[in-house]
Ligand binder design. Structure first.
Ligand code: GDP
Ligand code: CA
Length: 340
């Protein structure tokens, strides 16, 4: 049994995968009465915060919240983001005042999270400490089944260079993604604040003690790519002897939810499971991966991925529900075990 599992995640794809991982671990390592899951591997998620922004004076962290709400079981699964049973009265008031981003709707309950986060940040807590405080309230105070760690405590915000006709301009990632629905070509991505950022102590410690590292089927460019860009994270990963297994976010040549294809195109990578594996690279060549799961639709690329020096299997990749997500996480754990 692995002791410490670390998973690199963005928002929705990462949250579904991590929820599946928790379910699979509960199934594989059922907890005898009174042991409180102590006999199970611990899971730590290193979460992208490149999509974070200040909106109406509040610090908003979309991927951390997708993870927190999903793992707390309170997310809106159909829509894919935010809380269930939301209302939007505060957002309507903000719009009437012309404050905030009118195309970026925040639910009333969700705003409670952002106010709490901002208050704690203003008290001087680091984002890592704030996330731990916010996570602690769920499940009747028992907290979340996964430790959430922001990729860094410094602000690193992804911006996108676009041209709407008046020449190149940099806009916040969420403006490109939500307002423009990624339909305007991205010329490049820039992480503002990257040079002043560094891997936190908890992130480095988690990677140092990991015996399995998983790369969730998250956006390879603006989720996983941003996490890996934080100075110190690749080094910490390189120093680890844990096998690194990734799950393709591309199935049969399509980005199944969202616009990962537009992100890949912007950095000159084809939208295919094989091209993303090549982009991440084999560990033996200084890259990221020891193993790579592709969809059954992409079984014909297993050989080409293996030729890169990355062990590959084709498995069902669609995370339709709890059972399919858990089975996918189980396949990733099995591939990691075969590489250990
Ligand atoms: P975001 O931050 O909310 O965009 O979420 P992530 O970066 O975590 O993940 C988004 C990516 O997850 C999408 O671009 C898809 O490629 C991938 N994805 C979403 N649903 C599935 C699924 O059911 N299976 C797999 N393999 N990938 C998925
Ligand atoms: Ca995101």
């Amino acid at each position: 049994m692995p002791q410490n599992i670390v998973v690199f995640v963005g928002g929705v794809g990462g949250a579904r995968f991590t929820r599946g991982l928790v379910g699979e671990l509960e199934r594989r390592y059922p907890s005898p009465a009174g042991t409180d899951g102590q006999n199970r591997p611990s899971v730590t998620a290193i979460v992208n915060t490149g999509d974070d922004s200040w909106i109406a004076g509040l610090r908003v962290t979309p991927d951390l919240d997708s993870m927190m709400y999903t793992l707390a079981g309170v997310n809106d699964d159909e829509r894919g983001w935010g809380l269930r049973d939301e209302s939007y009265r505060v957002s309507a008031e903000l719009s009437a005042y012309g404050v905030g981003w009118p195309w970026f709707t925040l639910g009333d309950l969700d705003l409670g999270t952002h106010i709490a986060r901002t208050a704690l940040l203003r008290e001087g807590l680091t984002l890592t400490e704030v996330v731990a405080r916010l996570a602690a309230r769920w499940n009747d105070g028992a907290g979340l089944p996964v430790r959430l760690l922001p990729m860094s405590d410094e602000s690193v915000e992804t911006h996108v260079e676009i041209d709407l006709g008046a020449g190149p301009e940099l806009v916040h990632f969420e403006e490109w993604w939500v307002k423009h629905r990624a339909a305007v070509p991205a010329r490049r991505f820039v992480q503002l604040g990257l040079t002043g950022a560094s891997a936190t102590r908890p992130v480095r410690d988690a990677l140092a003690s990991a015996d399995v590292v998983l790369i969730a089927p998250s956006n390879p460019v603006v989720s996983v790519g941003t996490v890996l860009a934080i100075p110190g994270i690749r080094e910490a990963l390189g120093a680890s002897s844990a096998p690194v297994v990734g799950v393709s976010p591309i199935i049969g040549g399509a980005a199944v939810r969202g616009y990962a294809d537009a992100c890949l195109t912007a950095i000159g990578v084809e939208t295919s499971a094989l091209a993303v594996a090549r982009h991440y690279g084999a560990r033996a060549d200084g890259g990221l991966l020891d193993g790579w799961l592709v969809g059954e639709e992409d079984a014909s690329s297993v050989e080409a991925v293996s030729a890169l020096g990355i062990r590959s299997h084709a498995v069902p990749l669609w995370m339709k529900d709890a059972a399919t997500s858990a089975a996918l996480a189980g396949a990733a754990l099995d591939l990691a075990a075969s590489l250990a």
